[in-house]
Ligand binder design. Sequence first.
Ligand SMILES: NC(=O)C1=CN([C@@H]2O[C@H](COP(=O)(O)OP(=O)(O)OC[C@H]3O[C@@H](n4cnc5c(N)ncnc54)[C@H](O)[C@@H]3O)[C@@H](O)[C@H]2O)C=CC1
Ligand SMILES: N[C@@H](CC=O)C(=O)O
Ligand code: NA
Length: 444
Amino acid sequence: MKPLQVGLLGIGTVGSGTFKVLQRNQEEIRHRAGRGIEITMVADLDVARAKAVVGEGVKVVGDAREVIANPQIDIVIELIGGYGVAKTLVLEAIAAGKHVVTANKALLAVHGTEIFAAAHAKGVMVAFEAAVAGGIPIIKALREGLTANSIQWIAGIINGTTNFILSEMRDKGLDFDTVLKEAQRLGYAEADPTFDIEGVDAAHKATLMSAIAFGIPVQFDKAHVEGITKLAAQDIKYAEQLGYRIKLLGITKRSAKGIELRVHPALVPSKRLLANVEGAMNAVVVNGDAVGTTLYYGKGAGSEPTASAVIADLVDITRLHTADTEHRVPHLAFHPEAILANKGDLPIVPMSEVVTSYYLRLRVADEAGVLARVTSLLAEAGISIDAVLQREADEVGGEGSTQTDLIILTHDTREGTLDEVLARVQGLPSVLAPIVRIRKEELS
Ligand SMILES: NC(=O)C1=CN([C@@H]2O[C@H](COP(=O)(O)OP(=O)(O)OC[C@H]3O[C@@H](n4cnc5c(N)ncnc54)[C@H](O)[C@@H]3O)[C@@H](O)[C@H]2O)C=CC1
Ligand SMILES: N[C@@H](CC=O)C(=O)O
Ligand code: NA
């Protein structure tokens, strides 16, 4: 049978990895897919660079629309990125009856509903394994392997750049900007790295997992998004002393009030596997009612790890596209219905209603009775304390210092309740600086 013809839009980090891996493993991939898969046309603004990657025999053009207009092309891979031209091109490819594979989480988290609806209407697939946790087959796990379960929660380290920054800062004492530059050099960071460091990229990915796990529409606009730029080195140090590591987590969770969808730094007990995920590695923990807790670990960014997921989607689509209707294997297909069905009974829970525990750091006057005043305000609000760490003033502010740090770990409380009581604590004359508050996730 004639190989399936693929058009590639954008041959940068992920695109070049996709081309190389598809070429290197072409025989095995052909056997597994039941048919050859060939990238026969590539579009990139930098035509010379693209030609240098693909060599002779593959048509390279500067205008992506030429690829979409080619009737020989069955599948279009979009690896340009962003919400702009990529959205237009994906919608045009769908309108032309092409299946689409994309790694573009930003596009799908924001415009997914429109894109999936267009694909559904046209009877084509939009596959996006590479968009969440790069090479880790988490979309496939959620859609297929865990399909028997009522998913309870998902928590993951789903941004390689920020995990790399946190690890390198902690282990090598390097500063934030140096490590970010290295992450960019290694091809982990987004074109706009503020998406990484401010938690936006992780929120895009959490939004997609939430939609698949809970059958809700993609709702990035309702996600709570906090990055790592406000984290202070001393909180990383104090957390370690208390038996925790700070990680940027993407969390989506079923609760009595709906679905939680949030990205923020969190203290994770050091003994948890997630706390020990280092560098650009990603890990996602999924808890289902039948299976319990499962863990998925691997490279979430980089050229060939991400290409691995892009090609897995190509193979899935090839199998489905090639099988006759009688022998189709529908579970391999991406079912947009799950996402398009708006389950109005599952709203995204506002952060004030989220229940979790907290790490609090208070810079206080080093005088008698401060701890008692703070803890009694917390107790009045029904917030119980798990642990307290009080530093020696000399250690914190140098010899003769009159200030010290008070670190409090709370038990679970409603975020709205904590906000109210912290406003009162902040007003105490002995509290000398804005209170630092970091959520704590036990993940059990
Ligand atoms: N780099 C990584 O580790 C990962 C990236 N992704 C996603 O994969 C996508 C691609 O990312 P990278 O390969 O890192 O980006 P990149 O910046 O290395 O590559 C993008 C390519 O698209 C080309 N391009 C830009 N505008 C174009 C246009 N109008 N027509 C044709 N080509 C155009 C650029 O010249 C460049 O070669 C993004 O959506 C990104 O979020 C997803 C997972 C991991
Ligand atoms: N910028 C992203 C790339 C993969 O999605 C990351 O750092 O994880
Ligand atoms: Na993936």
